[in-house]
Ligand binder design. Structure first.
Ligand SMILES: O=C1O[C@H](COP(=O)(O)O)[C@@H](O)[C@H](O)[C@H]1O
Length: 240
């Protein structure tokens, strides 16, 4: 595991943009497509906005990207809570990645059907064995959740299925999410974490006892891939 600490959210977004650009260009030297899973939340917005501008917008071969989302709120894409909607507004609406390479969770279906549909697409795309995404971008909530793996939910312990849909009582909404089994087969997982509210959960996730029911982010440990935590100084404040 690599831990990289940056001064503030602006420096963090720039470091993430540099790292992602380098990884995409390096990987595309040996294969013709790059598969990325985006996340939602506040932290990726600044990153997306940066990637949509010079120099990154010219450096990244957008047409070779295949885009998925780690999780989604069960809302229409034009709802302000939609992770895909946010990504289109801040990034995908400003670059050229063919629509058929952008895989949005189908929130027009019933939640369980939307999860089954995404699972089918992912299995068709990656096959049933071997590595999955070239890069998964993740955030971590103040409560230690990542993806839509929230504390105290059964999906945190999913061992087999690649996707799940469930009703998240505390938010009064359905959530659609990838699970640890598929994310842990990624070639690289990059967490982006910023702000003082993340300090206590980050310390527990990285330095505390293993307790994924309370800190679901602890479930993310790629089997063969890299794990990078890119955090700002405020989020890192409690670390040893
Ligand atoms: O609910 C969500 O939150 C997490 C963390 O978001 P942040 O705003 O604290 O950065 C995010 O990773 C996830 O995709 C999203 O659905």
């Amino acid at each position: 595991m690599d831990l990289i600490i940056k001064k503030n959210p602006t420096d963090l977004a720039k470091a993430a943009a540099d790292l992602i650009t380098k990884r995409i260009t390096d990987v595309l030297k040996t294969q013709d497509r790059f598969t990325i899973a985006l996340s939602g939340g506040s932290t990726p917005k600044a990153l997306h906005e940066l990637l949509a501008k010079a120099p990154y917008v010219e450096q990244i071969p957008w047409a070779q990207l295949h885009v998925f989302w780690g999780d989604e709120r069960y809302v229409p894409i034009d709802d302000e809570q939609s992770n895909a909607g946010m990504a289109y507004d801040t990034l995908l609406g400003h670059v050229y990645t063919p629509e058929e390479q952008i895989h949005v969770w189908k929130t027009e279906l019933e939640p369980a059907e939307a999860a089954a549909d995404y699972d089918r697409v992912l299995h068709e795309y990656f096959g049933d064995t071997g590595p999955t995404f070239d890069l998964v971008l993740l955030g971590m909530g103040d409560d230690g959740h990542t993806l839509s793996l929230f504390p105290g939910t059964e999906v945190v312990h999913e061992q087999t299925a690649w996707t799940a849909a469930y009703f998240l009582t505390k938010q009064d909404m359905y959530r659609l999410t990838l699970t640890a089994p598929i994310v842990n087969r990624a070639k690289c997982v990059l967490f982006l974490v910023a702000g003082p509210k993340k300090a206590a959960p980050l310390k527990e996730v990285l330095e505390g006892d293993y307790n994924p029911d309370v800190y679901p982010s602890q479930q993310i440990k790629p089997t063969d891939g890299e794990l990078i935590w890119l955090v700002d100084e405020k989020a890192a404040a409690d670390l040893e």
